[in-house]
Design a protein around this ligand. Structure first.
Ligand code: F7E
Length: 345
C-alpha cells in the first residue's frame, strides 16, 4: 500500500486530494496546524479513513517528526498562507510559511524519506503581469509577498531536484475553486453573496478590482493533475489551467445569471455599481479596502505540456464550477429551511 503525506489536508485541495488518493488505495496521512479552533470541517467525511498529525511549516522539529513517523512514498505540500491580499499585511509570516517552510519540509524529507516524491503547490501568481497566455516558459514577475514567497519555494524545489537528485516537482496551478473554497476568495464570496442577496439576507456585495481576469478551474481536476505529476519517470514542473478566463465582473454576471437574474453595470472605477436588470436595484458596489497594493491583471494558462506529458485535461468547465458552487449553497440553504431557487436551464 502506497503511503501519502498531505500538508494542510484540512483545506479545499487537501480534501479533494485525500479523497482521490483514498480511492486509489493509498494510506493517507495529513498534517494539521495546532489551532485554537477545530479546522476539520472540510474533511469530516474522511476522518475515519485518514491519520492526522499536528505539524507546522514554521516548526522544523514537527516536520521531522511527522516525516519520520509516516515514512511516505509521496509528499504533497499544500500548506500555505494562501491569501494574496492578506500577504501584504503579513509579509514575513507569508515568507516563513510559503517560502522557508518548503525548505524545511524538503530537508525533513531528505533526512527521513529521501526516496519519497515531492509535490509543491506552486501558483500562477508567479507570472504576475507577464503577458498571457502563460506557460512553463513564461518569465516570473511576482507582484505580492505571496508570489515572492512562492517564487522562493519554486526555486528551492528546482535546486533540491538538481543538487540532491530528489524527485521534486512544482505544479504551477491557476486559480481552482469548489464548494469548499474559503469564503474570502472572490468566487465563493460572489456565490454566497448572490444567494444571500436573492433571498433577502444581504443587501450589497462589496468587491475590489472588477477588471482582474483569472483562469478559474475546478479543484477536483487539479488534484488529479498533482497526482499525475508524481507518477512520471522523471520529475518536471507543469502548468495546470483551463485555458479560458473571465473578469471578476463577468464572474458576477455568470453567477447571478445562473440564478436567473441579469446584472447591468453603471459608473466607473470606485463608483461602478452592479444592478439587477429587472428593477435597477443596486447589488454590487466597490469597497476600496478590497483593492490590493499591486494587482495581477490577466492570468490565462497554457497547459499543453501537462496535456501531452501527463494526459491531463479538465473535466469541469467554469460553467460546471459555478453550478457546483451554487448547488452547494442552495442545498445548505434548503437544509436551513430557505427557498432560493435556481434559474431554469
Ligand atoms: O482573487 C479580485 C482580486 O482572492 C481573485 C489563491 O488560491 O489563486 C488565488 O489567488 C481576483 C484578484 O484569488 C475581490 O483582486 C476583486 O484579482 O479569489 P482571489 P487570487 O488572488 O487570484 C492563486 C492561483 C493562488 O495561488 C492563491 O493562493 O479577484 N477581487 N474583489 C477580489 N478578491 C477577493 N479575495 N475579494 C474581493 O472582494
Amino acid at each position: 500500500m502506497r503511503v501519502a503525506l498531505i500538508t494542510c489536508i484540512t483545506g479545499q485541495d487537501g480534501y479533494y486530494l485525500a479523497r482521490l488518493l483514498l480511492d486509489k488505495g493509498y494510506k493517507v496521512h495529513g498534517v494539521r496546524q495546532a489551532l485554537a479552533h477545530d479546522d476539520r470541517a472540510h474533511i469530516k467525511p474522511l476522518l475515519d479513513d485518514i491519520t492526522l498529525h499536528y505539524g507546522d511549516m514554521t516548526d522544523q522539529t514537527s516536520l521531522n517528526n511527522v516525516m519520520q513517523a509516516v515514512q511516505p512514498d509521496e509528499v504533497y505540500n499544500l500548506a500555505a498562507q494562501s491569501h494574496v491580499g492578506v500577504s501584504f499585511a503579513v509579509p514575513e509570516y507569508t515568507m516563513n510559511v510559503n517560502g522557508h517552510g518548503v525548505k524545511r519540509l524538503l530537508d525533513a524529507m531528505r533526512a527521513y524519506a529521501p526516496k519519497a516524491k515531492f509535490y509543491q503547490a506552486g501558483t500562477s501568481e508567479l507570472f504576475g503581469n507577464s503577458p498571457a497566455p502563460q506557460n512553463e516558459e513564461t518569465a516570473f514577475d511576482p507582484q505580492s509577498p505571496y508570489a515572492e514567497a512562492k517564487l522562493y519555494a519554486h526555486q528551492t524545489v528546482v535546486e533540491y531536484r538538481q543538487q540532491y537528485g530528489l524527485y521534486a516537482v512544482n505544479g504551477i496551478l491557476f486559480n481552482h475553486e469548489s464548494p469548499k473554497r474559503g469564503d474570502d476568495f472572490v468566487t465563493q464570496k460572489i456565490v454566497k453573496a448572490a444567494c444571500a442577496i436573492l433571498k433577502g439576507a444581504q443587501d450589497i456585495l462589496y468587491l475590489g478590482n472588477l477588471d482582474a481576469v483569472r483562469d478559474w478551474g475546478h479543484a477536483e481536476d487539479y488534484v488529479e493533475g498533482m497526482w499525475r505529476m508524481l507518477q512520471q519517470d522523471a520529475p518536471d514542473d507543469y502548468v495546470l489551467a483551463t485555458g479560458t478566463s473571465c473578469s471578476v465582473r463577468d464572474f458576477v454576471c455568470e453567477v447571478f445569471g445562473a440564478l436567473g437574474h441579469d446584472i447591468i453595470w453603471q459608473g466607473q472605477g470606485a463608483e461602478e455599481v452592479g444592478m439587477l436588470l429587472e428593477n435597477n436595484r443596486e447589488v454590487v458596489r466597490i469597497a476600496p479596502e478590497f483593492y490590493r497594493p499591486a494587482e495581477v491583471h490577466n492570468l490565462i494558462g497554457d497547459s499543453r505540456k501537462a496535456q501531452q506529458n501527463l494526459d491531463w485535461s479538465i473535466r469541469k468547465t467554469r460553467y460546471n464550477l459555478i453550478q457546483d458552487m451554487i448547488d452547494a449553497e442552495l442545498n445548505k440553504d434548503a437544509r436551513a429551511g430557505g427557498h432560493i431557487q435556481r434559474a431554469r436551464a
